[in-house]
Design a protein around this ligand. Structure first.
Ligand code: SF4
Ligand code: SF4
Length: 422
């Protein structure tokens, strides 16, 4: 695939602006109408998906070049996919795909964001997207007596992810996950110092070759561990393993589950019994890459029939975010005695991004923090005591924002709450 291959998608854009908002009948208040953080923040059409597609066509026709402004517009986007599902509410066209292709083209032609180049250099040297030394990647598990899946066979391989491995504030999430897997009697292990980045964030940032290199390394590890199931508590990892690997012709030969899907299964099977009360009212934030961007990949090969109406032979099914992982996290929360779940306005496929995606937390931390803060205001309006998510990037974005603004809302990962209850 190349930028030229998505030209038809970009030209199909009707400039209707639906990609900026959640569908009208789902709007429950003026403050919750926007779904695209980029347009909400920068308030100029170019910063929307539709605007970026117009720019993509202009790039193909040499009507714009790689100016600083062009690069700024391309990278001030979380690649959260909200535009894609909002547009597809009415249209049969790809929206996120051209945004990826524009970034791939920028990287191929050497017009990148220098801040993101540094992150990629770190990935190439240390196999991580956050600062850290490979040999220390498994330090969070010291003393936990967990199997090393790079040396012995396991049934379940727990892929921890870069951020949780190196951010000491998040070690509690990985430790709670191991605690739950042990309580359930699961034959699980980690790759520890031999675990490497899933590559998902490199893909989002446009560095496709680096993504492919990481995918190959992870597939080797999956095979070496003998695992039947790979679980991850990172939404980036989930989207990479579940969707992007298959999309790029490297479908893993294992079952890929987000930890919330696996915990939901273990509860159903009676292997985990949440009995202790956790008296808390929480609201759940759907991570973009677990929800709308985590739905199973739908392969399609065929041709578009020329004409005014878009028709495909054979008929094509579009990914619209409907089949993302929405219920398992909610079921796990509802299984916890004493815990009350209240919902925000923008949920499931119309969730508002935490701000971290697409490399924005590194390239434009102010914009990332603003995006996180918008969500915290929304969470606060529900009356919940805590904002709960199922991805370390979301948890960090929200915690950092609350700490800097001095808010009182607490932030948890689901596994922390479940571990308290079991
Ligand atoms: S991308 Fe879709 S929703 Fe956005 S302006 Fe174009 S046609 Fe409308
Ligand atoms: S991916 Fe997210 S931030 Fe980027 S244009 Fe689409 S909705 Fe906006």
């Amino acid at each position: 695939m190349a930028l030229e291959d998505v030209r038809k998608e970009m030209e199909t854009c009707r400039r209707c602006s639906a990609c900026k908002f959640i569908p009208l009948e789902m709007v429950n208040g003026y403050e919750n109408t926007y779904v695209c953080p980029s347009i909400a923040r920068y308030d100029f059409h170019t910063y929307s998906a539709g605007g970026r597609m117009v720019t993509g066509v202009a790039l193909l026709e040499d009507r714009v070049g790689y100016s600083d402004k062009f690069i700024e517009v391309v990278y001030n986007c979380q690649m959260c996919g909200a535009c894609d599902v909002a547009c597809k509410y009415a249209m049969d066209m790809e929206v996120l795909e051209p945004l990826y292709e524009i970034r791939f083209r920028c990287v191929e032609e050497g017009h990148t964001n220098p801040v993101l180049d540094k992150v990629i250099n770190m990935l190439r040297k240390q196999k991580t997207m956050v600062a850290g030394i490979q040999s220390k990647r498994g330090d969070w598990a010291k003393g936990l007596d967990v199997k090393d899946a790079s040396k012995e066979q396991v049934k379940v391989l727990y892929h921890v992810g870069c951020l949780t491995s190196y951010d000491k504030d998040l070690w509690k999430v990985a430790q709670a996950t191991v605690s739950l897997l042990k309580k359930a009697g699961v034959d699980a292990g980690i790759a520890g110092a031999n675990e490497v980045c899933c590559g998902g964030r490199a893909y989002q940032m446009g560095y496709k070759e680096d993504f492919m290199n990481q995918a190959k390394k992870n597939l080797e590890m999956f095979k070496k561990s003998g695992a039947e199931i790979v679980v991850t508590s990172c939404a980036d990892g989930y989207q990479a393993f579940k969707v992007l690997y298959e999309k790029c012709g490297m479908k893993p030969d294992v079952e890929v589950l987000h930890i919330t899907e696996y915990l939901d299964r273990l509860i159903k099977e009676g292997k985990l019994e949440p009995k202790k009360k956790v008296d808390l009212t929480v609201t759940y934030h759907d991570p973009c890459r677990l929800g709308r961007l985590g739905e199973p990949y739908i392969p399609w090969e065929g041709r578009e029939i020329p004409g005014h109406v878009r028709l495909f032979d054979p008929p094509r099914e579009f990914m619209r975010g409907t089949y993302g992982v929405y219920e398992p996290p909610r079921k796990v929360l509802k299984s916890i005695p004493g815990l009350q779940l209240v919902e925000m306005g923008r949920i499931k496929e119309y969730t508002w991004c935490c701000g971290s995606g697409g490399g924005v937390e590194t390239s434009n931390p102010d914009y990332a923090a603003w995006t996180a803060n918008e969500r915290i205001v929304e969470a606060d309006s529900t009356g919940a005591d805590a904002l709960v998510s199922a991805c370390p990037w979301c948890e960090k974005a929200f915690s950092d924002s609350i700490n800097s603004q001095g808010g009182s809302m607490k932030v948890y990962d689901i596994v922390e709450l479940l571990d308290k209850a079991v």
